[in-house]
Design a protein around this ligand. Structure first.
Ligand SMILES: Nc1ncnc2c1ncn2[C@@H]1O[C@H](COP(=O)(O)OP(=O)(O)OP(=O)(O)O)[C@@H](O)[C@H]1O
Ligand SMILES: [Mg+2]
Length: 255
């Protein structure tokens, strides 16, 4: 399968602190990859560089075979990449369902000329509303559809955020700790849905998760383990589980 994301020798310094240190990895089309590592090891910074929010200090990033270093975040999104944030960024003065209905990319309503023709796209509009409600149902938050997102709990906000990311029909989805604060059974269900979307729609997902035990049992194809800005190892869940280096990094040698 072709690579949808290539990160090569990525380094990011914040003053004297090297947050990401010469990191290289790829994600293929239709691949479900976990990115894991201790607090402060550089996972979110890596996402910020990929999505164009931070300029890398060194290195190359290709998204769908395009040089992403020169692109703005909105241009990167336009390529088909959607990301979520560790600290959810919803439109707080809007309801949950409205958050899902804010235009995904390539929607006719974005363009005033096509806006005039919107009458002809009413069916499409209705289908989108139905899909938004289906998405909320899938995430078990239909009852919150008309609540302002400022009224939602942390876990519920995470769910709306995931729903909104899905509504954009991304081809490459970057999720930063999507199930932190989400109750166990629902977290399982979300990962099952991600697995299904990857397999059936051939989208690619890179997901940050800090719980090693959790990610090992969630059907990801591959896990990238970071430690202190560097990649400690990459491999299948079985390979990671058996890696002495990983066990040491995680348990401080206690194992
Ligand atoms: N904008 C910034 N300015 C200065 N330092 C930063 C900035 N963003 C991150 N850092 C530092 O870079 C390092 C990596 O942070 P990062 O947020 O990427 O870690 P993380 O792996 O996502 O951690 P966590 O699991 O806690 O979310 C940390 O030492 C952090 O303090
Ligand atoms: Mg982080």
């Amino acid at each position: 399968m072709p690579s949808v994301l290539k990160v090569k020798d990525l380094t990011k310094d914040f003053g004297g602190l090297r947050a990401v240190d010469n990191v290289s990895f790829e994600v293929s089309k239709g691949e479900f990859v976990g990115l894991i590592g201790p607090n402060g090891c550089g996972k979110t910074t890596t996402f910020n560089c990929i999505s164009g929010l931070l300029d890398p200090s060194e290195g190359d990033i290709e998204i769908f075979e395009q040089n992403a270093i020169v692109l703005r975040p909105d241009e990167i999104q336009g390529l088909g990449l959607t990301r979520t944030f560790q600290h959810t960024r919803l439109w707080r003065e809007m309801t949950a369902i409205e958050n899902l209905l804010v235009p995904p990319r390539n929607q006719f309503g974005d363009n005033p000329f096509y806006g005039i023709l919107s009458y002809f796209f009413r069916e499409e509009e209705n289908a989108r509303v139905a899909r938004a409600y289906d998405t909320l149902a899938e995430l078990e938050i239909t009852h919150m559809a008309h609540n302002l997102t400022s009224e939602l709990s942390g876990g519920q906000s995470k769910l709306v955020d995931i729903g909104r990311a899905f509504m954009g029909e991304p081809e490459l989805l970057l999720l930063d700790e999507p199930v932190a604060g989400v109750a166990g059974p629902l977290a399982d269900k979300i990962f099952n849905n991600l697995r299904r979307a990857v397999t059936e729609k051939q989208i690619s997902v890179l997901v940050i998760e800090h719980n090693m035990d959790f990610i090992l049992r969630r059907g990801v194809d591959r896990i990238i383990v970071m430690d202190q800005g560097e990649i400690l190892m990459q491999g299948t869940p079985d390979e990671v589980k058996d890696s002495k280096e990983v066990i040491e990094a995680y348990l401080g040698g206690a194992a």
